[in-house]
Design a protein around this ligand. Structure first.
Ligand SMILES: Nc1nc2c(c(=O)[nH]1)N[C@H]1C(S)=C(S)[C@@H](COP(=O)(O)OP(=O)(O)OC[C@H]3O[C@@H](n4cnc5c(=O)[nH]c(N)nc54)[C@H](O)[C@@H]3O)O[C@H]1N2
Ligand SMILES: Nc1nc2c(c(=O)[nH]1)N[C@H]1C(S)=C(S)[C@@H](COP(=O)(O)OP(=O)(O)OC[C@H]3O[C@@H](n4cnc5c(=O)[nH]c(N)nc54)[C@H](O)[C@@H]3O)O[C@H]1N2
Ligand code: SF4
Ligand SMILES: [Mo]
Length: 714
């Protein structure tokens, strides 16, 4: 009796302690270089109230973008998927009926086994991308793929040209500590729009301006929100960045700003570069870029005179058919001035190379069969419509299992993508948080948890932190995490066994950390995040660059260059043999012509993240409607009034949207911000109707900002 009473008191006491906490920490899972460390605040009843940037993380520094600060809008969205569903209407009609998880998983397994028996395992294509950047929930799909010998995926949407170009130069996907921007005298923000795409860059840039009066230079194809905050904005024609870089280097050599000691010690062929650049004058570059000679001279002079110049090189300017060459040329400027030597100097793109993990349990790498074909994710339209070359002469794709991506919206060559997804003989499973345009094409739709409802671990791209995102709240009844679905399918399809299929997300994280020399989960949990920035000399390549000869390469061996995204085997993409030997303008872009007088860049919208957040009302309201921005003088020549409805098209298709007159766009260029839902365009065809999927040199990638178009008033 007394014992009973005692335990009751204990239980009550414990119950009180178990009150939901007021706040906890997490990491933003979205596909964004900032990978912000978050504080998550709760209501007393346990629901998430708001998110803000962690103040005690010195990269995030208390700041997150507005769309993530409003996260409860996405977490508690009334249209969130809550139940597994099976299609009852025609393909794409959007009519589904609810089924139990058990039924849904059994149906999937039955169909996958049937397809495998008839067409082979490679006719099933697990298709994913970076809707969550968590290593466990994003990459576990490979475990199923490798255990079954399903087709592999070549990731080409995003990073290929940028990483290849940077690593061709430096030999390593690392660089100066991005926090050093705050201690810089001049920051060149090149081909990225951080106000929209990675807001934390601006925190450090603004600190440098306030504390040191640093100058901010922005290079883009129109006046972005970032450029509006700059001291100097250079608006050039898309795909001409290498010409600008060459002319800047020409001036640096000409005017005595080249650091000859640095060049001789740290670079492969400075003399050849100088000779080669003799004809790459500002006049030459002005004709290509649309800039004025005076602008190029001015910026070159600032770069020459300011030793502590930090080049923050983005992805945007590499989404062109010559993107790797552009990135390599821009990074080369830092090696001509030798600004790598200084704190607050050098050229930074991404820190992905700092994170070296053993992912055996997540990915079952040991089960990978090198002979299994690797299908290019950007070519999904061609693949689903039976293009032999895109299928690598293998069997047709008869079943898709999709997590973390929305190809019916984000993939290029949408006409083919739509045709492919509409096939009656294609069995499509989509595991999603919302009924996206891809989920609408599915045979089976499965509801997914959101990041606050599952455990995961994240690595920085735009910074150097390894961060944890522990589960913070219970999901509603229904949605399940990615690894649940993967492990349950594996059980049902006669998969090879692997211990990874029996591990929780926390077990996975702990195993990966321990087997990669990063301690344990419990240790990381106590720290929340860990700073992996190497020492100053290493970060600034003062002990040598990443290539075998320790030099910065002005002369990359395109086609043989080492790159993080280099495909296995000898595959080369695009006309590799005509790539320039030294930094130079390379005319491989989709040129404007009489029929297609404009070049289109599909720059990011601030309130969307790719196609994510285009389901939230606040973001939709802030962005307005799909538009194309055109210079008033050029619009006038084509009789296009401000606000007019227009058709924009090329050989790949046409879209209907509204024109807006914007004077600060590069000549001959038009801008359409954001990946809007297809349904927000008048005839249901979205912006990627116009973009091409042709793999670009040297190692693939989609040239989303490199599209020639015609425009006519409706
Ligand atoms: N709000 C928001 N944030 C995002 C995203 C989003 O869609 N919206 N997407 C996320 C993803 S997946 C990624 S990979 C990153 C990408 O982030 P960024 O590195 O910023 O790259 P992009 O967003 O492709 O484009 C950046 C800028 O490049 C410009 N640009 C286009 N062509 C050229 C060119 O030829 N030369 C130059 N100099 N500039 C050019 C565009 O106009 C745009 O302003 O952002 C992430 N963050
Ligand atoms: N026109 C044009 N097109 C582009 C670009 C461009 O600049 N212009 N940018 C390209 C680039 S850089 C990229 S990276 C791609 C990105 O394209 P996507 O990879 O498709 O990126 P998101 O739109 O963020 O879509 C991710 C989806 O994953 C879902 N998701 C998020 N978390 C989870 C989860 O835990 N589990 C499951 N099952 N699902 C989840 C989200 O709800 C969302 O629908 O788009 C490319 N497309
Ligand atoms: S800036 Fe990027 S990483 Fe940070 S909260 Fe926004 S989407 Fe997430
Ligand atoms: Mo991306």
């Amino acid at each position: 009796m007394i014992v009973d009473l005692f335990t009751t008191i204990l239980r009550i006491g414990r119950g009180m302690n178990q009150q939901p906490p007021k706040s906890t920490f997490s990491t933003c899972p979205h596909d964004c270089p900032s990978s912000c460390s978050l504080e998550v605040h709760f209501y007393p009843h346990g629901d998430v109230r708001r998110l803000n940037g962690a103040k005690d993380n010195d990269y995030t520094a208390g700041v997150v973008c507005a769309k993530v600060a409003r996260y409860p809008e996405r977490l508690y969205h009334p249209e969130r998927l809550l139940k597994p569903m099976r299609r009852v209407g025609r393909k794409g009609e959007g009519r589904f009926e609810e089924v139990s998880w058990e039924t849904a998983l059994d149906l999937i397994a039955e169909k996958f086994l049937e397809v495998e028996a008839e067409f082979g395992a490679q006719s099933i294509w697990p298709y994913h991308y970076a809707g969550t950047m968590g290593l466990v929930q994003r990459d576990s799909i490979h475990r199923l793929r490798h255990a079954k010998g399903y087709s592999r995926q070549f990731d080409s949407f995003c990073t290929n040209m940028a990483w290849t170009g940077y690593v061709a130069a430096t030999g390593s996907l690392t660089g100066p500590d991005p926090r050093e921007m705050a201690r810089s005298d001049q920051i060149v923000i090149w081909g990225t729009n951080p106000v929209a795409t990675q807001v934390n860059v601006m925190t450090h840039v603004i600190a440098a301006r306030k504390k040191r009066g640093a100058r901010v230079i922005v290079v883009d194809v129109y006046e972005t929100e970032t450029m509006k905050q700059a001291d100097i904005g250079l608006i050039l024609k898309p795909g001409t960045d290498a010409a600008l870089a060459c002319a800047i280097m020409h001036v640096l050599f000409r005017d005595g700003h080249a650091d000859r000691d640095y060049l001789n010690a740290y670079t492969d062929c400075p003399q050849e570069l100088e000779t080669h650049l003799e004809t790459r004058t500002p006049e030459w570059a002005a004709a290509i870029t649309g800039l004025e000679v005076r602008q190029i001279e001015e910026v070159a002079n600032h770069i020459g005179e300011t030793k502590k110049t930090f080049f923050r090189l983005g992805y945007g300017f590499t989404r062109s058919r010559n993107g790797a060459v552009g990135m390599h040329a821009a990074a080369s400027i830092a090696s001509v001035t030798g600004c790598w030597k200084y704190e607050g100097g050098g050229a930074f793109h991404n820190n992905g190379g700092l994170f070296r993990f053993n992912k055996e349990m997540i990915e079952a790498t040991s089960l990978k069969d090198a002979s299994t074909r690797t299908l290019d994710q950007s070519l999904i339209g061609r693949i689903l419509t039976g293009d032999e070359e895109a299928l690598l002469n293998g069997p047709p794709v008869k079943a898709l299992f999709i997590q973390n991506t929305n190809p019916m919206s984000v993939a290029p060559e949408q006409e083919l993508v739509r045709e492919g997804f509409s096939r009656d003989d294609l069995f499509t499973v989509v595991h999603e948080q919302f009924l996206t345009e891809t989920a609408q094409m599915a045979d089976i739709v499965l509801p997914a948890t959101q990041f606050l409802e599952h455990d995961d671990i994240y690595k920085g791209g735009g910074h150097q932190y390894l961060s944890l995102g522990p589960k913070a709240v219970e999901p509603p009844e229904g949605p399940r995490e990615n690894i649940f679905v993967i492990n349950e399918i594996a059980k049902r399809v006669d998969s090879k066994s692997h211990p990874g299929f029996d591990m929780s997300a926390r077990d996975q994280i702990d195993w990966m950390l321990q087997n990669s020399g990063f301690g344990t989960l419990v240790e990381l949990e106590a720290e929340k995040w860990r700073d992996l920035q190497p020492d100053f000399e290493t970060s600034h390549y003062l002990n040598g660059f990443g290539h075998a000869d320790g030099k910065f390469h002005f002369r990359p061996d395109w086609g043989r260059a080492e790159a993080p995204n280099k495909p296995e085997g000898d595959a080369v993409f695009g006309p590799c043999d005509t790539m320039p030997d030294l930094p130079d303008q390379w005319d491989s872009i989709e040129q404007a012509d009489e029929i297609h007088p404009f070049r289109l860049a599909t720059s990011p919208a601030r309130s969307f993240l790719n196609s994510s957040f285009n389901e939230t009302e606040t973001s939709l309201k802030k962005e307005g409607r799909p538009e194309v921005w055109i210079r008033p003088d050029e619009a006038a020549r084509f009789g296009i009034e401000d606000g007019a409805k227009v058709r924009m098209g090329n050989e790949r298709g046409a879209v209907t949207l509204h024109a807006r007159h914007v004077p600060s766009v590069a000549p001959g260029t038009v801008i359409s911000e954001g990946i809007w839902p297809n349904a927000s365009f008048e005839d249901g065809k979205g912006i990627n109707t116009l973009t091409g999927a042709d793999p670009v040199a040297p190692y693939g990638g989609a040239a989303f900002h490199d599209t020639a178009v015609w425009i006519r008033a409706e």
